[in-house]
Design a protein around this ligand. Structure first.
Ligand code: PLP
Length: 389
């Protein structure tokens, strides 16, 4: 591809734009992962990531993408053939289910429309019908990155409790952690799954399992084969800041910086910044005259907005035009949504002007392709960002 001048706008819901200070930390010399300097770093980053999960319980850090942490959640807690109740929020829920199938589990998918989040009542009803407690785990996606629909995890927990069901609760918060408030302990989550390359503003390559005491107890009896992913290999050695095998040392140096940046801004401010960007983006898109992929206003994602194209209009053609014209990347439609929608990421490291810049790029791309839309969406977004109206 030819050189595109100017700063690239990586407006995906992950990987996201990486702050300069984080990139600089990545470029520090590689250190001995068994030496004294690393032990300190290990303790610091483990403590820091626990703060982001809002947990006092162990967090395991894997040198793997989010997919690895998905697999880890399942193999550490379950046995061959175990039933897992999952909810079809979209492409990522579908991928997690596929892993469960390949591992020899028996997932049951509550069907969804790829336009809304999890329905806690449907989960509660299914669990209430499971009198003999065959379902061993409930696994849901917090922010369904393929559609832009959020699920209310506290409500899922309440549904499980009201059904008086002992199933573990597993939550994929890969794309929300760091951008949206998350409460592993308060919400009673047993295994939380997250990754480095989204709200945490890091490059890809690290992922996490936050683990409850109940999940740890389950791991003692779980019979799925596991080695690389085994939590118990980590727990003792992590107490001194070390890891059972070579961790991603440079990414951990960068993670310390990234989490410091989140605290410098203030986590509450970070969450509000994402909410505002998402609202400005939705107002712009709706002014243009396009449908949002997520149909339920209370479930609109603060980190990604899915935009549906009218019948016969290619979302990928628009994304390609915007890439070459504006040096900006937008997310594609995934799975069954391919080419029928695109996704605007407003996650991680961005300012108001990056939000309006992103929307300007889309408006220019639509103009260049002669698409039909109502001009002026960017003005609506600017007005909202300045006045809150
Ligand atoms: C990005 C993402 C994942 C993990 O994907 P990897 O490519 O393996 O890092 C899982 N779930 C959700 C919701 C995601 O957005």
């Amino acid at each position: 591809m030819r050189y595109l001048p100017g700063r690239h706008f990586l407006q995906l819901p992950g990987p996201t734009n990486t702050p300069l200070a984080v990139l600089q930390a990545l470029a520090m010399p590689t250190i001995d992962h068994r030496g004294p300097a690393f032990g300190e770093l290990g303790l610091e980053v483990i403590a820091a990531i626990k703060g982001i999960f809002n947990t006092e319980q162990p967090v395991i850090i894997y040198p793997a993408s989010g997919t690895g942490a998905w697999e880890a959640a399942l193999v550490n807690t379950l046995s061959p053939g175990d039933q897992v109740l999952m909810y079809e929020t979209g492409h990522f829920a579908t991928l997690w289910r596929a892993i469960a199938v390949r591992l020899g589990l028996t997932p049951e998918f509550i069907p969804g429309d790829w336009r809304s989040g999890t329905d806690p009542a449907a989960i509660g009803a299914r669990l209430a019908a499971d009198k003999t407690h065959q379902i061993k785990a409930v696994a849901v996606v917090h922010n369904e990155t393929s559609t832009g629909a959020m699920s209310d995890i506290a409500a899922v927990r309440r549904a499980i409790d009201e059904a008086r069901h002992p199933a573990l609760l597993m939550v994929d918060t890969v794309s929300a952690l760091g951008s949206v408030d998350y409460r592993h302990d308060d919400w009673g989550v047993d295994v939380s799954v997250a990754g480095s390359q989204k709200g945490l503003m890091l490059p890809p390559g690290m992922s996490f399992n936050a683990v409850s005491a109940k999940a740890l107890a389950a791991s003692k009896n779980a019979r799925l084969p596991r080695s690389f992913w085994d939590w118990n290999e980590f727990l003792t050695i992590n107490k001194r800041g070390y890891f059972p095998y070579t961790p991603n040392t440079n990414l951990m140096q960068a993670m310390k910086v990234a989490i410091n940046l989140l605290h410098e801004e203030g986590l509450e401010n970070v969450f509000v910044r994402h909410e505002r960007a998402a609202e400005a983006t939705r107002r712009c898109v709706q002014h243009w005259g396009f449908e949002l992929q997520c149909l339920v206003p209370a479930q609109h994602s603060p980190i990604v907005t899915g935009v549906r194209m009218p019948e016969g209009v290619s979302a990928d053609k628009l994304r390609a035009e915007i890439l070459t014209r504006c040096n900006m990347t937008l997310g594609s439609g995934l799975g069954r949504l391919a080419d029928t929608m695109y996704r605007i990421g407003h996650t991680g490291d961005f300012s108001d002007v990056m939000v309006t810049g992103t929307l300007s790029g889309i408006e220019m791309g639509m103009k260049a392709l002669g698409m039909s839309y109502r001009p002026g969406g960017v003005q609506v977004a600017m007005d909202y960002l300045v006045t809150g109206k």
